[in-house]
Design a protein around this ligand. Structure first.
Ligand code: TRP
Length: 332
């Protein structure tokens, strides 16, 4: 049986954090053994919001390195840069003829970005979902592992695929959001409010590039209180979050011990945070060190990008030939 095709894009802005790891990357790593996977660094998309490209090369290297350090394997998945696949631009152009100005203008992410950068409301920003649909459709992918914030873009991709098929004949399957059968793990932030994210409170988020001392500092600063006074009390959010983090990185016995201390009102949060900090350091340090070694190995990164572009390019070329034929652009 043919393997289902998985495609996702990773923006080369910001550093990867624990939320990206447990919420997305860990799933990508599992998928690469089961599906035909295309994982792409969305460098062209980044031009819509980050026109200054001085740091782009470093960002791309870092994103690739961090993803490989977390377990993405360039020999299993196609790990590539969007700009290396020229066919993306061509499919994007065709899909732009099937995308309506009205629907693009009412996209939530577009409206958010207009608010954030009112002086640079460029057409690329408006057609961002069209470019994303081109990324996916170029591999005729059906499974797209993305977070909730991308669901509207996926719905648009389905619409563009259906419109194309309707006008020019059946070429594209419908792409759907996908998370490998498991609930997406939300990693809570250290300030008790919401989840870890790139843009919010930096001190409440643990990045895979944080050094040991910074990790310890961030965890020791996390909010706690005097502890429960009644046995088996419900936990306030910020305490529950510490337990959730412990569940992700500590041994099960460690977690059980502190839960028992909590339930018997003998917990000492200072000790708990020290333990969590050490377990977190043990978890993050090897990833950070591996990423650092890869990031600075230009030769290796070049090989990764070339290998990825070759795999993604092959699939892209096959699709683009079918698309040209279907549209009626083959004159001889
Ligand atoms: N827009 C996605 C994000 O912001 C990144 C992305 C670009 C993407 N192309 C994609 C995601 C294709 C899934 C499929 O995270």
């Amino acid at each position: 049986m043919e393997k289902a095709i998985v495609m996702s894009g990773i923006r080369p802005t910001g550093f990867l954090h624990l939320g990206n790891y447990f919420g997305a990357l860990r799933n990508y790593v599992k998928m690469q053994d089961t599906y035909t996977c295309y994982f792409m660094v969305a460098d062209l998309h980044s031009l819509t919001t980050h026109p200054d490209t001085k740091e782009l090369k470093h960002h791309v290297a870092r994103v690739l390195a961090e993803n490989i350090a977390c377990g993405l394997d360039p020999d299993k998945a196609a790990l590539y840069c969007q700009s290396h696949i020229r066919e993306t631009a061509e499919l994007y152009l065709y899909l732009n003829m099937l995308a309506y100005k009205g629907e693009l203008e009412k996209t939530t992410t577009f409206k958010d970005k207009v608010r954030l950068q009112p002086d640079n409301v460029n057409a690329g920003l408006l057609t961002y979902p069209v470019l994303q649909a081109a990324d996916i459709m170029l591999h005729r992918a059906t499974l797209v592992p993305v977070g909730k914030d991308q669901e509207q873009h996926l719905e648009m991709a389905r619409n563009f695929a259906n419109r194309f098929n309707h006008r020019y004949g059946q070429v594209f399957p419908e792409p759907h959001a996908f998370n490998f059968g498991e609930e997406l793990v939300k990693v809570p932030s250290l300030d008790g409010a919401g989840k870890m994210s790139k843009s919010e409170n930096q001190y409440a988020t643990i990045y895979l590039a944080d050094d040991d001392d910074l990790i310890r500092k961030k965890i020791m600063k996390a909010k706690t209180d005097q502890g429960p006074t009644e046995p088996n009390s419900p936990m306030p959010d910020y305490i529950e979050n510490l337990f959730l983090l412990m569940k992700l990185v500590s041994a099960p016995e460690v977690l059980q011990t502190f839960e028992a201390h909590y339930n018997s009102c003998t917990i000492r949060y200072g000790d708990m945070k020290k333990q969590l900090a050490e377990d977190m350091v043990r978890f993050v340090a090897p990833i950070r060190e591996k990423a650092e070694a890869i990031r600075t190995d230009e030769k290796y990164l070049r090989e990764v990008m070339e290998k990825g572009a070759e795999k993604a390019g092959k699939s892209a070329k096959e699709t683009i030939e079918i698309v040209r034929e279907a549209i009626g652009l083959k004159y001889y």
